[in-house]
Design a protein around this ligand. Sequence first.
Ligand code: GLC
Length: 587
Amino acid sequence: MRLERRLQAGPRRVHPVREDDVTVVDTHSPHPASPSGGSDWWRTAVIYQIYPRSFADSDGDGIGDLRGITEHLEHLVDLGVDAVWLSPFYASPQRDAGYDVSDYRQVDPLFGTLEDADALIAGAHSLGLRVIADIVPNHTSSDHAWFQEALSSAPHSRERDRYMFREGKGPHGDLPPNNWISVFGGPAWTRTTDPNGAPGQWYLHLFDPSQPDLNWESEAVRLEFDDIVRFWMDRGIDGLRVDVAHGLMKAPGLPDYTPDPQGGSMGGDAEVATPYWGQDSVHEVWRRWRNVLAEYGPDRILVAEAWVHPLHRMAEWVRPDEMHQAFNFAFLECPWEASAIQQVIDTSLAEFGAVGAPSTWVLSNHDVVRHASRLAVFGKNPQGHGIGPLSEFKPDRVVGLQRARALTLVMLGLPGSSYVYQGEELGLPEHVDIPDEARRDPTWQGTYGGRYGRDGCRVPLPWLSDSPALGFSATGETWLPQPHDWAALARDVQDGVEGSTLEMYKGALAHRRTFGLGAGDITWVDLGPDVVAFDNNGVRVIANLSGAAVPFIGKVLTSSAPVDSAIPPSTAAWVLPKPAAHGEDQA
Ligand code: GLC
């Protein structure tokens, strides 16, 4: 059987891909077509996460904005991704960097205007990029009009019923309604003061006190979010990344719960019994949203941020009538161990496959230590457990980057959809030396300095080695300090330079498209105990986690470090094991 593979992209810069053994069809459509049809684009897509505060600042205030993103979209086309996901840019007091929304239908002036959002969406579409926006349904900001109305309304009123208000315990109600603790540290309840100055009811906030949890039992809340979803769909958004999608429903009666100290704050291995994560009743919300999206046709998607374990529970979020994708945090949390990596890949493909969903793959995001640092110190890294000046372990930058590049080639060689977090294509490490006074993550304050939080992975990007703020902002302002030695990692220093991390990503993404790896299927190849090796659509992916070089036969398509007749330790390569002559049957 002759294989015909398609390029999935619209206009793109040509990369030096050897295509002599495949027929390549470049569709040049405004939206990428995928081998299994345009509406299934998400099954194989590589989606680039933009953290707007730190991507590019067009107005010089030190905080990235929508225009900055639009100005750089060509760079993402050049990189070779299919879509972007934007962390929240809505009106917000920014106490949790925009995950505290005060108006879901407005753009925060820090980031621009609704017109800027429209221009960004149109600009991306014209370049063949899809756009996924974040949505934050578990909680609003305490500045949201609804919460302000609730505070000035009586207990048990319609206004209070939109949130989780409860009476306190104890004779005077001065103890919280239960023992839940917040993800950012401290109790998950805050007491209100009645309009007459007397102590009043308590409200639940699984995160910061400025992020009151909504009551998803309330039909008023559900209707409001149906409308917000439509608002952004009407503006042409291709999908929504749903924040804390495992948190909306709480167990009846809000029973006490003491989390396993080993588990992550967002839900760990023992979270099955947690009364505020992963309740079965949350799934009806996703079925409802799926129906709202269906009004817009088959190609708009929902992506779950659901920190649930094990993978077969996570797969419940992507059953055919629920969401389309869920972030695969089990892959992100995997240590640098061949057997663990192999197992998580097998389980992911099996569990997501069992419900007809593609697996996703992700190594970094705005909540965890960047994988170019994490892989040198630990695998599992619960949200908010950052690295700082006094941390016991300091990641070795050389080891971390070597491993990160190798594991990235494993990730991009897998079938399904991959997420790339801004800056990982430059090999950025975690910024581990942010001074305490510059920290902005509420985790740092909420734990009284007990946890460094997530600032270290959110540092503004270095674009130009020789410009103020490394090209992030013309004035040199940055909302978080950039490390002094990041000039060497700036995009302009890596662009077009063979062997740079940026060129490795570009090359891998181009080959991934040419060989249709996202739509492929893997077969494991046994090359030794500490080697992860599999075949996917004629490409052999080999990652050497052992201490000795691994010999191979074939033609190297791309590699994470220089390779000749053997693959050195901590290195991965994509190899054509038996290059077929032009026109020869490959299958
Ligand atoms: C999600 C976001 C995180 C945020 C939290 C509360 O986990 O990714 O950044 O702080 O939700 O909204």
